[in-house]
Design a protein around this ligand. Structure first.
Ligand code: GRF
Length: 217
């Protein structure tokens, strides 16, 4: 897993909790459907279960916590100090619950991806399942987007959607959406690995053509 080869995409994954999306990436790498290596998993919580998942697969881990770095600038400097010495092609936010500063985002411009549980631009922020159920929308889903300094607002790369059923609860909807996430995130990253998705001077390209609307999976 950690044997870097120059041709393979090198990933750092940032988590805060369960890490089921991290697990989906690990599984896709092991199944060879994702040509990438996870170089480092960083959590802002030492007890995050995702750290256990990483260690079980011999992936290096680190904790950068608010307790150790109460000032945002110091926190983000500590994160950057872990990442900058390594060759990292993409920083993958997978349930990472902290906002990254503009300085950090700019230092890794266009190289940070996030997965957010809504059909962006709808329902940025927290509690998306509760909010969509209250709205009466017929569908919900999940989006992979590039991280900018504004929360959940960067360019959207791809989305996957599901119907909302009568009787759905936030938990039942979350389960269905997370199943979609576990397919969508490895696929989008694999497109970067293949060079199909790329960030060029005129924006995001798929197969060298500007991506004008998010890919609908
Ligand atoms: C995911 O549902 C993702 O959309 C959101 O946080 C959740 C993390 O879940 N950003 P997990 O830790 O990957 O299980």
């Amino acid at each position: 897993m950690n044997q870097a080869s120059p041709a393979r995409l090198q990933l750092a994954v940032l988590i805060s909790g369960n890490g089921s999306n991290l697990q989906a990436l690990i599984d896709a790498i092991e199944a060879k459907t994702l040509q990438a290596d996870i170089v480092l998993v960083i959590s802002d919580h030492a007890e995050a279960y995702g750290l256990t998942r990483a260690r079980e697969h011999n992936i290096a881990t680190a904790v950068v916590s608010k307790q150790d770095y109460p000032k945002r600038a110091d926190f983000d400097a500590a994160l950057a100090a872990l990442l900058q010495p390594k060759r990292i092609d993409l920083i993958i936010l997978a349930g990472y619950m902290r906002l990254l500063s503009a300085g950090f985002v700019n230092a890794f411009e266009n190289r940070i991806l996030n997965i957010h549980p809504s059909l962006l631009p709808k329902y940025r922020g927290l509690n998306t399942y509760e909010r969509v159920l209250a709205s009466g929308d017929p569908q919900h889903g999940t989006s992979v987007h590039i991280v900018t300094e504004d929360l959940d607002a960067g360019p959207i790369l791809a989305q996957a959607r599901c119907d909302i059923n009568a009787g759905d609860t936030p938990e039942s909807l979350k389960q269905r959406c997370q199943q979609l996430e576990h397919q969508l995130y490895p696929q989008v990253i694999q497109w970067f690995a293949e060079g199909r998705l790329s960030i060029q001077s005129d924006g995001i390209c798929l197969d060298n053509q500007p991506l004008t609307t998010p890919l609908d999976m």
